[in-house]
Design a protein around this ligand. Structure first.
Ligand SMILES: [Zn+2]
Length: 278
């Protein structure tokens, strides 16, 4: 009996140990699972801001893509993030119609485009001149006679002249060089950063805000997307485009893109780069 009792005690002791070990093992597994889940959450959060960059860039080289993400996170500056975004998109979104030209995305010095004459002194991209002519023609047919293309393609040289002229105007008004530059930057793109260099932008009539109150402007808001044109610098997008509202400036992006941008109320920066990146 005593012997049997001792065995039972031994068995109970062994069972107790097995139970304790099982509990410890179970706890270890739970800790491991928690650690793995926590790590995943941290990694996902770290990549979240760059998710769209990677999606747009569709980078096959995952290692390079990872490096890009890391370097952006480490430096954390707006400039570096813009540079990454811009270079990825310029090389991969290979669509001439939605080529983004702005302060962060200047054109290369060797940029060329095939132009065609709109009239004696104005030129436009050969691939988009017909929609522009058609649009102006249709406006006139609808009784809007007071419409003309004032400024279309501009060479980088010409833009230099415009930019300097504006700076000088402000200097003559007694502004400092810094103030003159700031005021000029609000309306005139620095040479190389104007989309007029593309031959896809048109300024209508007197190039002033009064254009907003014309029949032509209202007609353009309604119909320009059918011809592939968008209002490039809308009032509510000034923070994103970095350019003050310009009712006179319209940009050809092709009907397909223009309609999508109009429907979704996106400016070109948002459409090309993704709304979280600008
Ligand atoms: Zn313009």
């Amino acid at each position: 009996m005593r012997k049997k009792g001792g065995k039972e005690k031994l068995n109970r002791l062994a069972n107790k140990h097995v139970l304790q070990l099982s509990i410890i093992l179970f706890l270890l597994i739970i800790i491991a699972v928690v650690v793995i889940v926590a790590r995943k959450v941290i990694i996902n959060n770290g990549q979240a801001t760059n998710f769209e960059t990677e999606e747009i860039s569709n980078n096959d080289d995952s290692e390079q893509s990872q490096n890009t993400t890391n370097s952006t996170n480490e430096t954390g500056t707006e400039n570096s993030s813009n540079t990454v975004t811009a270079s990825n998109n310029l090389s991969l979104l290979d669509d001439w119609q939605i080529r983004l030209v702005n302060r962060d995305n200047p054109l290369p010095d060797d940029f060329t485009v095939e132009l065609e004459n709109l009239d004696a002194s104005r030129k436009f991209d050969k691939r988009a001149i017909e929609p522009l002519k058609q649009m102006i023609c249709d406006m006139r047919d609808r009784g809007i006679k007071n419409i003309w293309a004032q400024s279309t393609y501009r060479s980088i040289e010409y833009q230099k002249g415009l930019y300097e002229k504006s700076i000088n105007k402000y200097l003559k008004q007694g502004k400092s060089q810094e103030e003159a530059q700031k005021l000029t930057d609000e309306y005139i793109n620095r040479p190389g950063t104007s989309e007029h260099h593309l031959g896809l932008a048109v300024d209508f009539n007197n190039v002033d805000e009064g254009f907003e109150n014309t029949k032509a402007y209202k007609w353009l808001l309604e119909n320009a997307s059918d011809y592939g044109f968008i209002l490039r610098y809308p009032k509510e997008k000034e923070d994103i485009t970095g350019i003050e509202y310009e009712p006179w400036h319209w940009r050809y992006v092709g009907p397909e893109h223009a309609k999508k941008m109009k429907e979704q109320n996106l400016c070109l920066e948002e459409y090309v780069l993704g709304s979280n990146l600008v």
